[in-house]
Ligand binder design. Sequence first.
Ligand code: HEM
Length: 398
Amino acid sequence: MFRMLMALLLSMTVVTTPHAQEAVTPDRSATGGAQTLEDILARQRGEEVDNSFRRNNIGDPDGAPGLGTQLGTLGGASDPELWRALRFGEAKITASNDGPASTTLIQDGGMRWLTFRQGPLATYGAYLLGGTILLLGLFYLIRGRIRIDGEKTGRKIERFKAIERFGHWMLAGSFVLLGLTGLISLFGRKVLIPAFGHEAFATVAVGSKWIHNNVSWAFMIALVMIFVMWVIHNLPDRTDINWLLKGGGIFSKGHPPAKKFNAGQKLIFWSVIVFGTSISVSGIALLFPFELNMFAATFAKLNSLGIPEALGFGQLRETLAPHEEMQYAQLWHAMMSFVLMAIILAHIYIGTVGMEGAYDAMGSGEVEEQWAREHHSIWVEEVQAKKQSSSESATPAE
Ligand code: HEM
């Protein structure tokens, strides 16, 4: 099996390597070296076109005839050459404003970004959220509410302290607001303008943007809070393997033992931390335009590791205009958010309608002892042993 896999990988490299070498320079004599109809059509088809023949064809100011020669100077670069220099970021520009993007007068990533944002991003994002809601509905119909199996004891155990619940609800409240306002920004043009008109949408859009930009700080603070408070309970250990092998006991009788957080919850925790951090960093890049350029450097690192080649994406571009950095930051921010939203939908389901007794943990902070015994048996024992030892040490020795 391993050999077959290696052979497949090898054959892929063998197939892809000559492909890159085969690229022969097209005959552009008919256009005097300028781009041909084939070049334009290939670009319109979205194919990669080697633009070096244009990038390098930007004239030579030093080669201009001297002023004293007959008819004076014609300059060292023609208008088309100057436009090409602007187009490829090679022109020497001085601008009155010295912002990071001020000297990039032309960048051509905008259309690619726009079509991706309106097309695949919106479509697959909507499928992902819609599909998750459908699956959760289906799961509810098949499995129903996960009930407390045993008899309730009427006794309560403290599960989360007030500060933990505060951190959780700050994270949850801000995430829901960010999710809704983010979706309004992405789908507003397609869904809200046809339904409510431009004027109403303009007000909603301005409000959404304000909420989205400002509430983001609450999300980031809460993310740090829950990381600090809960990371210790979310480190993987041996109980997680057993819990996962038994599928969390979702479809079987009896629940696998678990500590404070079971493996399913640990996966939620780490998804929130990893995706939440990625969303936060790309969000900061969008909040402070052109200040935090990460994509060209990341693409260069990935290229040096050969990852994009191995996945069939060829070499990723290592030189990006500042605007393109922003475009990638926006797409990444939205993609990571869609994935986290889908995960959080499942989390909200299990924390409310999906499981009897779960909500109390974040509501009042106290859970029914029987619920705790069924879902977090090791944790209950630890808590009770601690209680006992502290009550014993509090009792004066006779
Ligand atoms: C808005 C509705 C939400 C409800 C009703 C809810 C409910 C809960 C409950 C009941 C728990 C405790 C589970 C237990 O006792 O074991 C919990 C834990 C947790 N929540 Fe939420 N939550 C919500 C939203 C969110 C959001 C938006 C996030 C993050 C963006 C989040 C992140 C977490 C994390 C990381 C944990 C700890 C791990 C886990 O139990 O899965 N929650 N939530």
